[in-house]
Design a protein around this ligand. Structure first.
Ligand SMILES: Nc1nc2c(c(=O)[nH]1)N[C@H]1C(S)=C(S)[C@@H](COP(=O)(O)O)O[C@H]1N2
Ligand SMILES: [Mo]
Length: 307
């Protein structure tokens, strides 16, 4: 048996994946004599329905709200000030490096992202840990494409995301609200999930600076803090990376950050949320309404741990 197939089997044993059928994948791959890299694994994934990719047709939050009510501590903890302060950021040149536990590390300019990985629209719910929520039409590409290009090795178990550190332009970095640079991370199977999205645009236009240009994440089943903005470095690792919010306040911000109405934040309940632009609060849904597609990633894990 070729070693790549052995490697593929052992990967599937250590990482829970539910969006594909492992038996079918192995049979097809064996029949075709293919290696079982991450690319082939996903070739057999069923396409996600509109309920997942278009937020079930829910009403979009207006562009004005999405671009003037922002969390971006590199600029300010005042949500309404971010829009002004973020205009100081220089976006060109902007290089992104993908490295670590990979066969083919690479560095590209942010201008090349759309050429290399394409662009599609995803309408996703965004739920901030603070209790507000929006419905946002992002554009970009599946995060898996960015990762697959570097060919992760079998030792890659996590993906770390590092945002820009440039205190000359990011005035909020002159205070130590958070350890800079902003760091976030995912397990590799979360990062390879077809819902995990790399964002380069909003409402069909280039991504505004205050929303994380030129590149941010959108992980709709997780609290907003997991979706790092202004990404410069993606690193595949064998051990769980340190993340900024978890480092700053481990009792309030877990590694997973999955939306869970039953696990209260130490200072407030998470059972309801305020959809921006609406008067009535809504109930918060497990995994922010994406349970059907992501819950299997966390099977066997204590739900308190997966916050
Ligand atoms: N680099 C960086 N990324 C970040 C943040 C931040 O402060 N810095 N805030 C996070 C939080 S708490 C949320 S809710 C979302 C907000 O995204 P939005 O301003 O586009 O709505 O960005 C996330 N990504
Ligand atoms: Mo947030």
């Amino acid at each position: 048996m070729p070693s790549s197939i052995v490697r593929g089997l052992s990967e599937s044993q250590v990482t829970p994946e539910a969006w594909f059928d492992p038996r079918r994948r192995h049979l097809l791959a064996l029949a075709a004599g293919l290696s079982l890299g991450w690319t082939n694994r996903h070739a057999f994934a069923a396409p996600l329905p509109d309920a997942a990719l278009k937020a079930g047709g829910e009403k979009l939050t207006g562009l004005g709200d999405i671009t003037s009510y922002n969390n971006y501590y590199e600029f300010s903890t005042d949500k309404k000030a971010v829009k002004i302060l973020a205009q100081e950021l220089t976006l060109k040149p902007w290089t992104l490096t993908v490295d670590g536990e990979v066969e083919k590390p690479y560095t590209i300019d942010a201008d090349e992202l759309t050429k290399l990985f394409g662009s599609e629209e995803r309408i996703y719910r965004l739920r901030c840990v603070e209790g507000w929520a929006m419905v946002v039409p992002w554009s970009g590409f599946a995060l898996s494409k960015l990762i697959e290009r570097a060919r992760p090795t079998s030792r890659a178990k996590f993906v770390a995301f590092e945002s820009l550190k440039r205190s000359s332009e990011m005035i909020g970095q002159r205070s130590s609200n958070l350890p800079w640079p902003y760091r976030e991370a995912l397990r590799i199977d979360e990062a390879m999930h077809p819902l995990a999205f790399a964002v380069t645009g909003l409402y069909g236009q280039p991504l505004p600076k205050q929303n994380g240009a030129p590149l941010r994440l959108a992980l709709p089943w997780k609290y907003g803090f997991k979706s790092a903005k202004a990404i410069v470095h993606v690193q595949l690792t064998s051990t769980q990376p340190v993340t900024s919010w978890n480092q700053a306040s481990p009792s309030e911000y877990g590694f997973y950050g999955n939306v869970n109405p039953e696990v209260a934040h130490p200072r407030w309940s998470q059972s309801r949320e305020n959809r921006i632009g609406e008067l009535q609060k809504r109930p918060t849904l497990p995994y922010n309404g994406y349970a059907e597609w992501v819950a299997d990633l966390y099977r066997g894990l204590d739900p308190k741990l997966s916050f």
